[in-house]
Each structure stands twice: as C-alpha cells, then as structure tokens.
Design a protein around this ligand. Structure first.
Ligand code: PEP
Ligand code: MG
Length: 599
C-alpha cells in the first residue's frame, strides 16, 4: 500500500494508523465495510482466488480469449487497407500470436490459482512496466499497444462468469467504475463505492443514487492506497473516506451507518394533497428508472409514471444486444408497472463500443461521436428492431418514444418515418401495435436553438440537463479533472433551460425535465420559478423533492427566477439562490456543497 504523502492536503494521517482521505460526495449515505478492489477500465474484474479444481476451466477461458482476440486482429489487419493502421494491428497481433504472453498467463492461473482476468492483468502489467522503462521514446510508447491488447483479451473474456459473489459489506474501489459493472454487481449488494474518477452526472453515480448506495469520488491514486480486505468507512454526505478506522471512529460511525441502512420506504404514504406548491400549482413528479424493480418502490412513494427509461440498460441484462422479443417483453413489463401514468422509453443512448463490443474500435471523442440516435440512424436494422419492439409493447399500454441526442429536425423526421413504416409492416403481418407519442431529448445546444420547430413537430419534449451542461459548456461530465467547470447554474445553462420551458409552455406541449438537476432540492425553486411543471428523477430524490415543492409558493419562486436571470456568472447565481434559500426555504433545503472553479 502506498504511504500517504503527508504534504498531500487530501490526506490526513491520524493516531492509530487511521487514514482520512478527502473525496467528493456523489451519493448520500454512510457505510462501513471492507474494500474490494476492482481493476480494468473497459472490462472490469476482481481478483478471484480459485480452488485447484477450477484451474482447468480458467485455462480454457484464457485460451479461448486469446484465440478470439487473435481472430479479431487478423480481421482488422486484413481490412485496414494501406493506411498506417495495419502496422499497429500487426504489432498487436504479433504480441498475441508470437510472444509467450499466453503461456505466461496460464502459468499465473495455475501458479497463483487465480481467475484468467487477474492473470492477464499481472502479465500485461509486467509488459507495460518493461516498455515504460525504455528510454527510446518511440519504443516506450509501445506500451499503449499492450494496453490495447490487454483490453481486447479482457473483452474476449467478458462472456464468461466474470463476477464473483461479493462478501457482505463490500466497498467497491475502482479507478473508474463502469455503469454496466455497477449494474451487474448490484445483485451482490455492495455497501458503498469509492472511485478516483467520475462526475456528478456520470451514469455510475446516477445509478448509485438509484440504488441508495453511498458513493464518493476524487480519491487520487485510490487503487494504490488500498488493498482488498482493508476496513473502510465511506461518508457520502461529507465526501470522506476513512481507511483502517480506529475503534473510536468505528463507534462514532456505527449509528449513522445503521440508521442509513434502515431507511425504509415501505412505511411512507404520500397524500395526494402535497402534489402542488403552496399556491396550488400542480407539479408532476416522475421517476427515472434504469432497473425495472425500482418502479415498485417509486410508485409507493408517489411517482406518477416513468419520465425516463434508459433502454440501454437492457444491454447489461441480456449481456449484449437484446433481440426484438427480449425488448418487447422488457417494454411490456415496464409499461405494465407504470400503468396509466405511462413510461417514456428512450431509444438506445449508447456508442458503438457498448452495442457491438470493443472490437469495433475506439472513438477519439465518444461524447461527440457516433452515439445515441446517430448510431441508430447509421445502423437502421438495430433502430428498427427497437422501434418494432416498442410499437408492439405500446398496444393498449401507455408508452412514449423519446429520441436521444437530437440536434435538429432531421433526426425526428427520420425516426417518424421508420415508425410509420414499421407500424404498417407489423400491422400487415397481423401484430397489434399502439401509436406512441414521439418526443425529443433536448441536450445538444443546436436543439435549444431550434426548440420552436422541434416543439411543433414532436408530441412532447424531455430536457436532459446532464448532457445539456456537458455540451453547452464543453465539459466532459465523466471527467473528474474538469468537474469544477461543470456548472449547472451557469447563466448560459439557465438561459437554455428557460428557453425550452417557455417554448413548451407557449405551445402547450408537455415538458419533462429529467437530468439530475430535476432531483436536486437546491435547483427546485429556480426550475419551478421558470415554469417547469414535470420533473423526473431518481427514486431516492422523490420524497425530498416532494417536501420542497409542497413547502414553496410558485409566485415567490418566479420572483427569484426573475432575479437570477440578471446574474452574469455561475457564482452570482449560486450565491443569489443560496441567499434566497437561507431566507425563505432553509427549513426545506439543506445547504449545498459546491466546488468553486479554479479559474
Ligand atoms: C441527461 O442527459 O440529462 C439525461 C437525462 O440523460 P443521460 O443522463 O442518460 O445522458
Ligand atoms: Mg443525456
């Protein structure tokens, strides 16, 4: 374990060997447990110690993964024409086919009695260390090829049983945790999450909040500071990690951790009367659902339908691209849960690596690349499969289709055309189909500028503030190092949100605000004051948001929103909002922890 740097302001060493690390709180709650280190970036895995009887199976898996990776590289070498790319793939193919990499991996599996993934990591790490020690810059950079090869092999191992059951009270620690890994591990009931990277709106932490899992990020070099098995406390309220806590510290945290675990939503009943503001403006609260079982709890606490169903989570459930029938069953199930309140199914919002696997190649700028509806329109059979499944499921069920990452009218026209063709084709084959309403996600700046036209040509609009902030401010929502620039209250963001609300309200079209902004009490007076009437959020935000809404008056919020519109910087907006909250709503809204930018 790395000795914490005494000069590092984020580390405090206490008496008794306890180490306190500063972190950024991502999901509320307190947990005490034991660390389980998770490795890998694209494919994530644990070190699993295996009994001698399983060595043969792991050996087979490793051999098969090398064979698959080798076949993929043969294909890439053959297809890459005369560019410089074949040289790169040739070198990677040689690593797999001509070096003793496989033998070394098999030796580690048998010698250390570990899973194939861990053995691949040990061996490729040793190759990387050797390359990095070379003084010749050109040769040194070859370590990137080893990283690529390692990812490819780990990816090829992905089809196996990669997940070991986690022990009770496991705290997952990773450099960066993929949402798919967290979704997969959710059945193992981890108790908390600590990472080095990730942002407030990254899907991993959105999911952690949905699972009510305390989580923190921003812990530098986290995997070098902890070992699997270390005792730790995660404080997701204050952004703190305590490693090797002393018995006194443990004692102090035991009660809050137990209280947090006992939060029980079964007992909550929500009366119809607190669905409006003090002055009678009705606000509809919907829930964002990624895992269908969540909706039962959401309904009990008063969710009025599903405002955002991120259909790409089906890729985790079906370990790959779901078939039409698998999708049909899934959409039927979720729509039945939602009943008359309805569900808004967003078409797949993924990039090529998530839908076709890593062998498809990496994109340099995935957030600006071939993702969401762009991917659907460039691979129309997949989009049409999804639309057919939704059309069939929407027969006698209340389903809306929402198109992600719309940049203008073209995508809406194209999707509408596919819907009408698929609908006709299904009907002619005797399938019963519904007529879902069509909505657009507004999350790209051009869509804000085109909002009047978009509103005219859609049945409803969903405002995705997570991506809107990302694209408007050009700040990667998953990148911890630019998190200070991710300013939800930047005046430009507020103007964009206001413009969208106004366009929808003027046209009498439904607008659901469904980014993380909608579930944060701090932003509510502003959203309500600007005229928002439908919010969709994480299940664990509903009660808090409900309480705020029933305790404030729309007229008062509108005055605050008017004042905010005159602010020129994000700091001014935050200070003004905080001041009004302190004066009027401190009994409803707790003070926010915000990071001021370092600019
Ligand atoms: C958003 O961008 O605000 C949104 C709701 O979608 P996602 O977080 O899935 O990108
Ligand atoms: Mg989005």
């Amino acid at each position: 374990m790395e000795v914490p740097d005494p000069k590092d302001p984020s580390t405090e060493r206490q008496n008794g060997g306890e180490i306190r690390l500063k972190a950024r709180a991502m999901s509320r709650g307190v947990a005490i447990g034991r660390v389980v280190c998770l490795h890998g970036s694209n494919r994530q895995f644990f070190k699993i110690e295996i009994p001698p009887s399983e060595i043969e199976r792991e050996t087979r898996r490793a051999r098969a993964a090398f064979r698959l990776a080798s076949r993929q590289l043969n294909k890439l070498c053959a297809n890459s024409g005369t560019s410089s790319v074949p040289g790169i793939f040739d070198a990677q193919r040689a690593m797999i086919q001509q070096s003793s990499m496989l033998e070394k991996v098999l030796d580690v599996v048998a010698g250390e009695k570990v899973n194939a993934e861990w053995a691949v990591k040990i061996v490729t790490d040793s190759y990387i260390a050797k390359y990095r020690a070379i003084t010749d810059e050109h040769l040194r950079d070859r370590y990137i090829d080893v990283e690529d090869v390692a990812e490819r092999i780990l990816d090829a191992l992905g089809g196996g049983e990669r997940t070991a059951p986690l022990a009770k009270d496991s705290i997952i620690v990773a450099q960066e945790l993929m949402p798919s890994t967290l979704a997969e591990q959710s059945g193992n009931h981890p108790t908390a999450v600590i990472t080095e990277h990730g942002g407030w709106t990254s899907h991993t932490f959105i999911l952690a909040r949905e699972l009510n899992l305390p989580a923190v990020t921003g812990v530098r070099k986290v995997l070098r500071r902890v070992n699997t098995g270390d005792a730790a406390i995660v404080d997701g309220y204050n952004g703190r990690v305590i490693l090797n806590p002393t018995s006194e510290t443990l004692e102090r945290y035991r009660l809050p951790a137990a209280q947090f675990r006992q939060i029980n939503y079964n007992d909550v009943t929500v009366s119809e009367s607190n669905r409006s503001t003090l002055d009678g403006r009705e606000i509809t609260l919907r829930v964002n659902v990624d895992l269908p079982e969540i909706y039962k709890r959401a309904k009990r606490i008063g969710a009025q339908g599903i405002g955002l169903y991120r259909s790409e989570f089906l890729f985790n459930r079906f370990k790959g691209f779901p078939t039409e029938n698998q999708q049909y069953e899934a959409y039927r199930e979720i729509a039945d849960y939602a009943g008359e309140d309805g569900v808004k199914i967003r078409t797949f919002d993924v990039g090529p690596d998530q839908s076709y696997g890593k062998s498809h190649g990496r994109e340099k700028n995935p957030a600006l690349g071939l993702r969401a509806i762009r991917l659907g329109l460039s691979n129309t059979p997949h989009l049409r499969t999804q639309l057919r499944a939704i059309l069939r499921a929407s027969h006698e069920r209340k389903i809306d289709i929402v198109v992600p990452m719309v940049s203008g009218l073209e995508e809406i026209h194209a999707v509408r055309e596919f819907i009408s063709k698929e609908s006709e084709a299904l009907s002619s084959k005797g399938f019963a189909v519904g007529s879902p309403r069509i909505g657009a996600m507004i999350e790209v700046p051009s869509a804000v500028l085109m909002i009047d036209e978009i509103v005219r040509e859609t049945d409803l609009v969903c405002l995705g503030t997570n991506d809107l902030v990302q694209y408007l401010l050009a700040v990667d929502r998953d990148n911890e190092s630019v998190s200070s620039w991710f300013r939800t209250l930047h005046p430009a963001v507020i103007r964009a949100v206001r413009a969208v609300i106004k366009a929808c309200n003027d046209a009498g079209k439904p607008l659901v605000i469904c980014g993380e902004m909608a579930g944060s009490p701090f932003y509510l007076p502003l959203l309500i004051g600007m005229g928002a009437t439908e919010l969709s959020m994480n299940v664990n935000s509903i009660l808090r948001v409900r309480k705020v809404i029933s305790g404030l008056a729309f007229q008062e919020a509108a005055v605050v929103a008017g004042e905010v519109s005159k602010c020129r910087t994000a700091d001014e907006v935050e200070d003004l909002l905080q001041q009004h909250i302190n004066e009027k709503w401190s009994h409803l809204i707790q003070p926010e922890r915000r990071t001021k930018p370092r600019i």
